[in-house]
Design a protein around this ligand. Structure first.
Ligand code: SAH
Length: 213
């Protein structure tokens, strides 16, 4: 588990690539610069850790493309101390980016193998989410609601109602919606019953599946 100057140099270049692709939020760029993505990848892919691409992790899942992580985090509009719920912990990379930004993070994963692995792994790097949960993200996390932001890192065939219900007024849900291709969609809660909806282009994610495995 090493982070060398070479890795740091590659991360700087990745940050430059993300800037060129339109990521402007300084906090997001700093977080990407800080998180050693290569340590979140399966050993066979470590050499590609700072290429702007998604790669396989355990249980047929993927670590999202850095651009996607950066864009979703930017759209979430995270401020220090914000209470954030992530659906789809996976490798924990997005979780680490949120923690670098000073968020208080709750994250749900439905694959037990990934849940256990990431639960052991994050503290080794000094990343301490408030809670990692083995469960079904469709239900959100009623016990800890409301949240300043909710980020879904798998493709949702529809927008789960509990996720909207668990937002604070002013809070945002960032969710890729669609079956084969997803439209990155942001819902901002404007009052008790109203939400503003905005769309931010096409992305491709592994599917948000129902029930735990
Ligand atoms: N944020 C992750 C992305 C992993 S891919 C990362 O940075 O590595 C999406 C993840 O969502 C997978 O781990 C998958 O198992 C998980 N997932 C799919 N459906 C889910 C659901 N209903 N509830 C919680 N997690 C889910």
């Amino acid at each position: 588990m090493k982070d060398t100057f070479t890795h740091q140099g590659m991360r700087k270049r990745l940050v430059e690539t993300l800037k060129k692709k339109g990521i402007a939020n300084k906090g997001v760029l700093q977080a990407i610069n800080a998180v050693p993505r290569h340590l979140f990848m399966d050993s066979g892919f470590v050499d590609h850790a700072y290429v702007d691409k998604a790669f396989p992790i355990a249980a047929d899942q993927t670590i999202s493309q850095p651009y996607t992580v950066a864009r979703q985090t930017e759209l979430l509009d995270v401020e220090r101390g914000d209470k954030i719920l992530e659906i789809g912990t996976g490798s924990g990379y997005q979780t680490a980016v949120l923690l670098e930004m000073g968020a208080v993070v709750y994250s749900i994963e439905r694959q037990n193998e990934l849940f256990k692995r990431t639960n052991r792994f994050l503290p080794k790097l000094g990343y301490r989410p408030k809670k990692l949960i083995f469960g079904d993200g469709y239900a959100g996390l009623e016990a800890e609601a409301p949240f300043d932001g909710i980020i879904v890192t798998a493709g949702a065939p529809f927008v789960p109602k509990p996720l909207l219900a668990q937002l604070k007024v002013g809070g945002k849900l960032v969710i890729p919606v669609g079956e084969n291709v997803q439209i990155m969609t942001v819902f901002t809660r404007t009052d008790d019953t109203e939400f503003e909806k905005e769309e931010f282009g096409e992305f491709r994610f592994v599917p948000l599946l129902e029930d735990k495995e």
